[in-house]
Design a binder for this molecule. Structure first.
Ligand SMILES: NC(=O)c1ccc[n+]([C@@H]2O[C@H](COP(=O)([O-])OP(=O)(O)OC[C@H]3O[C@@H](n4cnc5c(N)ncnc54)[C@H](OP(=O)(O)O)[C@@H]3O)[C@@H](O)[C@H]2O)c1
Length: 339
């Protein structure tokens, strides 16, 4: 089988496919034939040294995959050959608080990931992929969609009539727009271009603000679109350079959910801005197995369709990484594996 690894941990150019042995599932494990993988910003952040956690060099990249079980080890009850499955982002976080060391057990930074034709994992590290969801779409759900779900259904769940602010048009944010609309919320979205603004409106965003034209977009959104009250929830993917504006946009008692670190600059943050917001600032790490199962149920129940910007062939995996890095995409970038 072929599996990709980075020969040089500091360069996207060093992504190479090589022949490796197909693993044999042991007790409680399954062998998955991978059919699709989706990329997340972290897959680039790991290689370029911008990830929040340490990374082991030379690993197979990518956390998100869909595929079919081709063999099951002794004692496997949950699956049989032929079953369609998707990967779980945190292979050992089943519920409750994250287990110790969870951040270093995730695929691509702490353990071999899914950019491979076959992979052996514990039967507990995959969940069923329902009929009606393609492998390409299923592969988009483990990280970005689950993160959006955790953000919106979290400490103060978004309800019909809530106002949600999303930032940009990347994977997490587009899922957040779709899920928030399905929950009955009003969505205000920011983006960098008029073309992307149109895509956001087509997906249901009620208001769209171009953050390259309106620098003080937090205050602007609060005043113009919430009558000064502030939004109920900010799905904060920008990080150091956007969190101050997010705090200016949120209402007292609302939530700023810290997710990302897209911005390169790190100007620091004013304590009095956090204190004065009277908001909950909650940092999340994707979510547990139960969150993925809930998300899949909600996704199917609401009849949502993932926004897939482009699908690349396995042989052109590097092209997929470059496409994501260029940040002209809307939604998800997917790699098809096998025929
Ligand atoms: N903590 C967690 O659980 C978790 C889970 C998933 C992802 N993340 C993190 O969340 C972030 C988003 O991930 P992703 O996979 O959705 O990324 P992505 O698909 O690569 O998103 C890229 C898009 O974000 C927007 N963007 C870029 N810089 C921005 C900035 N300074 N301010 C506002 N928007 C900006 C751009 O859209 P526009 O041109 O439309 O502005 C860009 O196209 C990353 O930092 C990722 O590592 C964290």
């Amino acid at each position: 089988m072929r599996a990709y690894r980075f020969d040089d941990p500091n360069s996207l150019d060093a992504l190479r496919a090589r022949e490796e042995a197909v693993g044999v599932p042991q007790r409680g494990e399954v062998l998955v034939r991978v059919r699709a993988v989706s990329l997340n910003y972290r897959d680039i952040a790991v290689v370029t040294g911008r990830y929040v956690w340490d990374s082991v060099p030379g690993l197979v990249p990518c956390s998100d995959a869909a595929g079919e079980i081709v063999a099951a080890g002794e004692g496997v009850r949950a699956f049989k050959p032929g079953d369609r499955v998707i990967s779980i982002f945190h292979p050992r976080w089943f519920g409750g608080r994250p287990p110790k060391g969870a951040a270093m057990q995730t695929y691509g930074n702490g353990a071999d990931g899914w950019l491979t034709e076959y992979k052996v994992v514990s039967q507990e590290a995959v969940v069923p992929l329902p009929d009606g969801i393609s492998f390409e779409e299923g592969a988009t759900l483990p990280c970005a969609a689950t993160t959006a779900w955790t953000a919106l259904s979290g400490q103060t769940p978004v309800r019909a009539g809530s106002t949600v602010l999303t930032l940009g048009t990347g994977g997490v944010s587009i899922f957040a727009v779709q899920l928030a609309k399905a929950m009955g919320a009003r969505v205000i979205a920011t983006t960098s271009s008029a073309g992307k603004a149109e895509r956001l409106r087509a997906l249901g965003a009620d208001e769209v603000v171009n953050y390259t034209e309106i620098e003080a977009w937090g205050q602007h959104i609060r005043k113009t679109y919430t009558g000064g009250a502030g939004v109920d929830c900010v799905v904060e993917v920008g990080g150091p350079a956007t969190v101050a504006e997010s705090l200016r946009a949120v209402r007292p008692g609302g939530e700023v959910v810290l997710i990302g670190f897209l911005s390169e600059e790190n100007p620091g943050i004013d304590y009095f801005l956090i204190k004065g917001s009277n908001a909950i600032v909650r940092s999340i790490g994707v979510g547990d197995r139960a969150a993925l199962e809930d998300l899949v149920r909600a996704w199917r129940g609401a009849g949502l369709k993932a926004v897939i910007d482009k699908v690349f062939d396995f042989d052109d995996a590097k092209g997929a990484f470059e496409h994501l890095q260029a940040a002209r995409h809307v939604g998800k970038v997917v790699i098809r594996v096998g025929g």
